[in-house]
Unconditional design. Structure first.
Lengths: 124, 192, 180
């Protein structure tokens, strides 16, 4: 098939503009704000505890918050890694089944085709 | 082109499955040399753990993914190697024969043999039977520019596999699970 | 930048999500319009697709995956709709959508005729042609998007090109060349 025709087809099938205001209508139709997992913020230790150890309260609170945030970030990272692995595995699964079905299709096509004609024996 | 539905039972050269391999699992080599020569390749190795993980990420909203999810809950592994080449028969037949030898082991039955001399394709479908249950599926597809091995391990419900027909393009092959012949009746006791 | 928009959209940034929509709305709407041949149905379809995206943002891994995902969902949704609702009668292009880029008069004629002739293809064949020639996916990507074996995709393309071309030669919209 001529490449020229395929190029003409591509030119003729350039994407169309969506109707004016499409995005605005869509955004208005979206459900309320997407829920995001909240970051846990701990209650800072009482001043007298921090003072007993000679550590300023603000520093102590910042230290605790950063440790907890670090744990949360690690947890999110672990979940994200697991999610990526799971998505990759599910894609591989679908790919494997696609290949399986293609080969079964090949067997089916071969099964559908008529057998070759039997040659008559040459009788002399 | 001809199709044979045949039952084959040939003794294994070696003993049972290799250590770590499940019943119905083939020993599929890495085919590193083939992969280098191929213009395209697909290599999927999903053992039971990865299969479970992949299954859990399939969506039940999507009807096709939901069907696949049902099918794969009873499976223990899916292994696919598929190589496409730029030239005809660029892969050695010894690679094909190596897998065929494994599928000649006791328990494996060839249920579809499809050959096309005109197109040079050869597709064989094997099933490993255990008490009338299909515990393994093996497909070898040898085409001029493509070589594919598929091995599915586990309790394969062929009815569920049938249910995939029409989706992913799986055709209705009319595959029937061959039944084992009943054991011979004991000889009658002779009366004195 | 698109990956950054994706990350922000996942985090709940409505503006970022709107930018993603604007970047892809033309393609998604075009698939809907050329599949269903109705402007209102195409807009409904496009809205459905983006609403699904909004719910499933976490499953989108990258900007590239997003493009593929949108085209896959739009094409399959259109095929499902066509199973339930018959293809609408052809509407004159004046009542239809505007092409994004300015066209010459003969291009406009070609586009109109192609739109009409595409409607004569089966829904799966039409989807294959749109994903291949409008969205420029390769054969394997089209197969993956429509869960269709590659050989089937190639058959659809070959038959559809032959059909389109012979009809258009008949309408004298392309040069006569020897058909394969």
């Amino acid at each position: 098939m001529s490449e020229n025709f395929e190029n003409e087809l591509r030119r003729a099938l350039r994407p169309l503009d969506a109707p004016a205001g499409f995005t605005e209508r869509l955004m208005a139709a979206l459900p309320e704000k997407r829920e995001i997992a909240p970051v846990a913020t701990p209650v800072p230790r009482p001043r007298r505890v921090a003072q007993r150890f000679g550590v300023p309260a603000a520093f102590a609170a910042a230290l605790v918050v950063s440790m907890l945030l670090g744990q949360h970030v690690a947890e999110v990272h672990r979940e994200r890694t697991e999610q990526q692995a799971g998505l990759a595995a599910s894609r591989e699964l679908m790919e494997a089944l696609k290949v399986t079905s293609q080969k079964l299709d090949l067997a089916y096509q071969a099964a559908k085709a008529p057998p070759p004609p039997v040659e008559e024996e040459n009788r002399t | 082109m001809k199709v044979h539905i045949a039952l084959c039972a040939i003794a294994l050269a070696c003993g049972g499955p290799a250590f770590g391999q499940l019943k119905g699992q083939l020993d599929i080599p890495q085919f590193a040399t083939l992969a280098k020569k191929a213009s395209e390749s697909v290599a999927v190795s999903l053992d039971s753990k990865l299969l479970g993980l992949g299954c859990s990420f399939l969506s039940t909203d999507d009807p096709e993914q939901a069907d696949v999810k049902k099918l794969c809950t009873s499976l223990s592994g899916i292994y696919v190697r598929s190589y496409t080449f730029d030239q005809d028969f660029a892969y050695p037949q010894s690679d094909v024969e190596g897998i065929r030898r494994q599928l000649s082991a006791p328990g494996w039955s060839r249920i579809v043999e499809a050959k096309s001399n005109k197109e040079g394709t050869n597709v064989d479908v094997f099933v490993l039977l255990d008490d009338d249950k299909a515990m393994g599926l093996g497909i070898i597809a040898s085409e001029p520019r493509e070589f594919t091995i598929v091995n599915i391990v586990g309790n394969i419900d062929l009815e569920q596999l049938h249910s995939l027909e029409g989706k992913f393009g799986v055709p209705n092959l009319g595959i029937e699970v061959p039944k084992k012949a009943p054991p011979p009746a004991p000889p009658p006791k002779k009366s004195r | 930048m698109a990956d950054g928009l994706l990350v922000r959209a996942r985090a709940g940034d409505a503006g970022a999500f709107a930018e993603l929509v604007r970047a892809h709305q033309g393609s998604v709407f075009s698939i809907g319009y050329r599949m269903l041949n109705r402007r209102d149905a195409a807009e409904d379809l496009a809205q459905d697709v983006f609403l699904q995206l909004y719910r499933k943002l976490e499953t989108i891994e990258s900007a590239e995956h997003l493009g593929f995902w949108l085209r896959r969902v739009a094409a399959n949704l259109a095929i499902d709709w066509l199973r339930r609702v018959p293809y609408a009668a052809t509407l004159p292009l004046e009542d239809g959508a505007e092409v994004a880029a300015p066209q010459r008069e003969d291009d406009l004629l070609l586009t109109r005729e192609l739109d009409r002739l595409l409607g004569e293809l089966s829904a799966p064949a039409r989807a294959v042609m749109l994903l291949r020639y409008q969205e420029d996916l390769d054969v394997a990507e089209v197969g993956a998007a429509l869960d269709m074996p590659v050989n089937t995709v190639k058959s659809h393309i070959k038959r559809s090109l032959t059909q389109l071309r012979s009809r258009m030669i008949g309408a004298r919209l392309v040069d006569c060349e020897e058909l394969p």
